[in-house]
Write a protein that binds this ligand. Structure first.
Ligand code: SAM
Length: 341
């Protein structure tokens, strides 16, 4: 992760952009790992940084802090954020908590815990907002290499392998990189998360409807999920702090602009730092998460694809995420059930 320059440089830029909020203030780094974000905060002028990690990596973080002459400023604590004792409340919480498709094995609930336990009123959280997106995709090459391959193997018809190949290749969500060319429509916003507002009991479940209009014709091979996070240290607005006011996705055809498909681009508000894992952006270690369907469906340009997606914590193992995807296209309804293990 530390080698993921897009990720690490976005955090560094956000920290220095918020140096007015950090200088002479107290920072809490939730899940500090090697301590890199804590050290950036010390460089940005923090009076004290509490760097907390549940794993033994914190012992190395303490050494890294010492080697860089920052032991007076950065205090490394080994333990779960839910259990450690910190000497004072903090002005800033920083954390890199995002998992694949945002919610898989994410640490957001620990950040929310830290906010409620240790953040002073008016304190800031970096990143402050996260958004999960969904879009239909086409991926002819991927389908050919995983499935069509079996139709002619050294001149032998192995199509008897197709059901097994489809199951092996596409049963579970795939973390892989696609490009903007694979994306068939503007993405639907599934879940905006406001770190100032969200409550732990709603995590990591999600239930959202979507309605998308394709911008191109082609075989529909599945759906991609990705996210972005925004670093907005501005004092949260009242709508940001209304506890439990989740904004579920509403039905919209906002992606359909006069029948013209425009490549997916996220608006960048001047000087607001956004770390995006979208297919058209610089790649990150999160890549995109793809829910492939077993049999491609031909869709036309401007065709409506609608449905719903539900993600919920597995009872079998709380680390697993159950995914139930419904999609309707060409007048027929389909369901994809899968588990991210
Ligand atoms: C994605 S890494 C981020 C590391 C570092 N902040 C960075 O940016 O390179 C997340 C870290 O959070 C730690 N972690 C996960 N859950 C935690 C918890 N409840 N309390 C403290 N640390 C936790 C993990 O051990 C891991 O080192």
């Amino acid at each position: 992760m530390i080698k993921d320059r897009v990720r690490t440089e976005a955090y560094r830029a956000a920290i220095f952009q918020h140096s007015d909020f950090i200088k002479d203030k107290v920072v809490l780094d939730v899940g500090c790992g090697t301590g890199i974000l804590s050290i950036f905060c010390a460089f940005a002028g923090a009076r004290k940084v509490y760097a907390v990690d549940a794993s033994e990596i914190a012992i190395q973080a303490r050494e890294v802090v010492k080697t860089n002459g920052l032991s007076e400023t950065v205090v490394v604590l080994v333990g779960r954020i839910e259990e450690v004792q910190i000497e004072e409340e903090v002005d800033v919480i920083i954390s890199e908590w995002m998992g694949y498709m945002l919610l898989y094995e994410s640490m957001l609930s620990s950040v929310i815990f830290a906010r409620d336990r240790w953040l002073k009123p008016g304190g800031i959280i970096l990143p402050s907002h996260a958004t999960l997106y969904l879009a239909p995709i086409t991926n002819v090459e991927r389908y050919a290499e995983s499935i069509d391959f079996w139709r002619d193997v050294y001149g032998i018809d192995m199509s008897a392998m197709l059901p097994l190949a489809k199951q092996c290749s596409f049963e579970e969500p795939c973390v892989e990189s696609i490009t903007a060319e694979n994306v068939m429509s503007w993405p639907e916003t599934l879940r905006p998360i406001r770190c100032y507002a969200n409550t732990v009991d709603r995590l990591p479940s999600l239930s959202s409807c979507y309605r998308i209009f394709t911008g191109m014709a082609g075989p529909l091979h599945g759906f991609a999920l990705w996210f972005d996070v925004k670093f907005s240290g501005a004092t949260p607005s009242s709508s940001d702090t209304q506890s439990g006011t989740w904004l579920e996705s509403s039905l919209s055809n906002g992606s359909h602009v006069n029948g013209m498909f425009q490549k997916v681009k996220h608006a960048r508000i001047a000087d607001e730092i956004i770390l995006s894992t979208a297919p058209e952006e610089a790649p990150t270690h999160w890549q995109q998460t793809i829910l492939y369907i077993y049999d491609p469906r031909d869709v036309k340009q401007d065709e409506q694809i609608s449905g719903s997606i539900t993600m919920s914590q597995s009872r079998e193992n709380p680390r697993f995420l159950n995914i139930h995807l419904e999609y309707k296209c060409g007048g027929r309804c389909y369901v994809k059930e899968t588990v991210m293990r």
